[in-house]
Design a protein around this ligand. Structure first.
Ligand code: TRP
Length: 359
């Protein structure tokens, strides 16, 4: 079903359901959409990020969808006292984006802290949510549980609203995220709805569209210890790792003692995860990979996976190394992105101030 949103005038999506269907709505009319997503600059991106989201972003961009990538540097200090090696992590994110195929001429890549008007939206937005709602947010609760800080700071509590500003400043209608981020998207939708209700334009149109989550059919990769692959758990294989490091990390991956290799995600999660990783790299099914290894055991499985990963990422890593040699170019991408993002944010803030009646 297609409706036209009064806010953007673009053919939009029915905003009653909050999950977008990639193939249905995006393929039909890519130019009608604007995607915003981002990654905190806390460490190198890994294979889980790649198969879980980066690859999908590149696909969306190639379909012709406009893409904005926020590097939320202010979000780093929600769960730690200071942002460690912030400039380095930020440049490395740009490097990973470009190396995996994001086209910087068409995408807008920028940091939170370089777009003042985006951050200013936080003030009116905070007035639209109750303190009880902030305390109830399940993702915030989970992040507080994993935080290394002794006390929860105010930025942590309000960061879903800050994230709403990330999404709404550019009126993005699609937000590719993992399941864990759905409560945040709900906050962005609530903020948009309440703002529109409280501050309609005189002609009855509204300022903000209601963004929707784009949940890809992304596979969830486990880390080498069998837990969720995570930057902070020391169990990930970074995108930019060299071939020897990849081999060493995979050699240390947890498996089991059954020599017969088979794909059984519930019964044998670690072995199945390695099969899935090889399959993703080789564009095959995990069952096919298992069949080929037969009763070669964990050693053969690891050899296969290592080769598959190194083969798949060879061109990406070569491009990454080339790009890494020119830090000036990475900074220029961020500068150009900030310029575009500031123009968008200034325009949105002007609309917000106007409907609120600010002088
Ligand atoms: N909070 C997200 C994460 O931890 C990162 C993020 C910040 C984000 N702003 C965003 C994601 C806006 C999507 C949209 O991964």
């Amino acid at each position: 079903m297609t409706t036209t949103t009064a806010t953007t005038g673009r053919p939009g999506l029915d905003d009653r359901d909050d999950l977008a269907d990639l193939d249905g709505s995006v393929r039909g009319n890519p130019a009608a959409h604007r995607v915003l997503t981002g990654d905190r600059p806390t460490g190198p991106l890994h294979l889980g990020h790649y198969f879980g989201s980066l690859r999908n972003r590149v696909r969306l961009q190639r379909l012709g969808v406009e893409m904005l990538l926020v590097i939320p540097d202010y979000q780093v200090i929600t769960d730690r006292d200071i942002a460690d090696r912030l400039a380095e992590h930020t440049e490395n994110l740009v490097l990973d984006y470009l190396a995996t195929g994001i086209d910087a001429d068409r995408a807008t890549i920028f940091t939170h802290s370089s777009v003042p008007a985006l951050n200013q939206l936080l003030l009116p937005f905070l007035s639209l949510v109750s303190v009880a709602e902030l305390h109830r947010n399940p993702t915030v609760k989970d992040e507080i549980a994993h935080s290394s800080q002794a006390a929860v700071n105010g930025l942590m509590l309000t960061y879903p609203v800050h994230q709403a500003a990330d999404i709404l400043f550019c009126k993005a209608d699609l937000v590719p995220v993992g399941k864990d981020q759905l409560p945040h998207l709900e906050v962005a939708r609530t903020v948009a709805r309440r703002f529109n209700e409280r501050y309609p334009r005189p002609d009855g149109t509204t300022v903000f569209p209601r963004p929707r989550a784009l949940l890809g059919a992304a596979p969830l990769l486990l880390g080498t210890d069998g837990g969720k692959m995570s930057k902070s758990r020391g169990n990930s294989i970074p995108l930019g790792a060299d071939e020897d490091t990849t081999a060493r990390l995979l050699k240390g991956a947890k498996t089991d003692a059954d020599r017969r290799i088979g794909y059984d995600p519930a019964g044998r999660p670690e072995v199945s995860n390695l099969l899935l990783l090889a399959a993703l790299c080789q564009d095959r099914t995990p069952e096919e990979v298992a069949e080929e290894i037969g009763d070669g055991g964990a050693a053969a499985l690891k050899r296969t996976v290592t080769e598959a990963v190194n083969e798949y990422f060879r061109p990406i890593r070569a491009r990454r190394a080339e790009l890494a040699a020119d830090r000036g170019h990475l900074r220029e991408v961020l500068r150009a992105g900030a310029e575009r993002a500031n123009a968008i944010a200034d325009a949105t803030l002007a609309e917000v101030r106007e409907v609120m009646g600010s002088l």
